[in-house]
Design a protein around this ligand. Structure first.
Ligand code: PHE
Length: 436
């Protein structure tokens, strides 16, 4: 596809909403609040922000520079900046990473479809926690139910991707992301005004610096990568559809701000409600699909509907970005039409998703591999290619948008140092810590 014919997102607002849509997902809702509580409250939030600022955000800039400057998919971008070298093989890893993540992520997205329907039918009203846990266990152990909901979730995601960058992904993100913020704020207000909510607020905020150790740093960085969708080509691919006048620095900073802000809001939506019900928080599926439906349904019939709709929107906008990595590759490299490419990957992801839906072992392997192997490796390659293969002046030109962004110009030297040294060294240390 020639560069002229390439679609773009249209406005700056749309690009930021699409990138924020990719970033804000299940990671913000079911992992972040729990990690904060476990690793020292506000103390963890501080190290999370530091890791994001000094390692994750520079990687975000690298992907964005690669995508925007070349206007190509992951393979094409790497081949353009390091022609004739092996670096482009990272493209395979990014594709595999996106493919695996979107497949198992869709299983969880499917559960939210299922639970949204149950919330409409007021299924959780009057249930005890054991009964709600039973509903979840029954659903996940049945064969057809998760597969039907996976099909619905992936079908919705694919339908939006098939409509294209501006008319599909862009339009959906720019309408749904503001709505998502409004929904989460409604739940925060309801949750924080419950009797006994103060304990939950304390859980999120009380700083405990004694819990800040090596594993806390590793957790903060891993979470930062997962949350900003780094290392698997999502940011690169979306950035390849930015208009030329867009600013990589500005879009990156705003995406990170929205992502972090939303994660903290999710904490204030969930933890006060959990503590007010006299429970101890947990993370992952059991929190979202066993504990919260009961607590939220006690707060009124609309609350679980808003909550599961919010999860659904957050998950679809993230899944779209992973599917787009795959679709852009087929369109750019193999010349397929967008509709054909989307259909092919819908089928492939559906098959792997079905396996994940029925086998919790495969599901866990996919989860572990994606954040510990694919994302880390991909992020390292992107940092090395931009920091050591591209010329400093070219990176500066892209980062400052041809010298037009003075703010970007002012921080460039620091960002350049972070990209070349701090980010790669940090990734290697943390990847080793995680794998040990
Ligand atoms: N950032 C998403 C979340 O927080 C997950 C994601 C990972 C999306 C990798 C795209 C790529 O849930």
């Amino acid at each position: 596809m020639s560069e002229k014919a390439r679609e773009n997102f249209g406005s700056r607002f749309t690009v930021i909403m699409a990138l924020a849509g990719s970033a804000i997902g299940l990671g913000n809702i079911w992992r972040f609040p729990y990690m904060v509580g476990e690793h020292g409250g506000a103390a963890f939030i501080i190290i999370y922000v530091l890791c994001s600022l000094f390692i994750a955000l520079p990687i975000f800039f690298c992907e964005s520079i690669l995508g925007k400057s070349t206007g190509k998919d992951t393979f094409g971008a790497l081949e353009s900046v390091a022609p004739g070298t092996k670096w482009k093989n990272e493209g395979y890893i990014a594709l595999l990473g996106s493919f695996i993540i979107v497949s198992y992520y869709s299983v969880v997205g499917g559960w939210s479809v299922d639970f949204l329907i149950r919330s409409f039918m007021n299924d959780f009203k009057g249930e005890s926690f054991e009964e709600a846990a039973g509903i979840f266990r029954h659903m996940t152990s049945s064969i057809w139910e998760p597969i039907v909901s996976l099909t619905a979730f992936l079908g919705l995601t694919a339908a939006i991707v098939a409509m294209g960058i501006e008319k599909g992904i862009g339009r959906f993100a720019k309408v749904m992301m503001p709505l998502l913020f409004i929904m989460i704020v409604i739940i925060v207000v309801r949750s924080c005004t419950l009797p006994g909510a103060g304990k939950g607020i304390e859980y999120m905020l009380k700083p405990d610096f004694s819990k800040i150790d090596g594993p806390a740093f590793a957790a903060a960085l891993g979470q930062g990568f997962f949350s900003l969708s780094l290392g698997v080509g999502c940011v690169l691919t979306y950035s390849s559809y930015m208009r030329k006048e867009e600013n990589v620095f500005y879009t990156g900073v705003w995406t990170a701000i929205f992502d972090t802000f939303f994660a903290i809001l999710a904490g204030f939506a969930i933890m006060p409600a959990v503590f007010s019900a006299g429970l101890e928080p947990s993370a992952g599926p059991s929190l979202v699909y066993e504990t919260l439906p009961v607590i939220f349904s006690r707060m009124g019939p609309l609350v679980p509907i808003i909550f599961f709709l919010a999860i659904l929107i957050a998950a679809v906008t993230s899944a779209m970005s992973m599917l787009e990595v795959l679709v852009t590759w087929l369109v750019d490299q193999k010349g397929l039409s967008r509709k054909k490419a989307t259909t092919l990957f819908f089928i492939a992801c559906w098959i792997v998703g079905c396996v994940c839906a029925v086998s919790s072992k495969v599901f866990s392997i996919c989860d572990f591999m994606s954040s510990n192997v694919f994302m880390m490796f991909g992020a390292l390659v992107f940092a090395l290619v931009v920091g050591w293969k591209m010329k400093k002046e070219d990176v500066r030109t892209q980062f400052t948008n041809y010298g037009t962004s003075h703010k970007a110009g002012a921080v460039f030297s620091v960002v350049w140092f972070l990209i070349r040294w701090i980010a790669p060294i940090g990734i290697v240390i943390i990847a080793i810590t995680n794998l040990l």
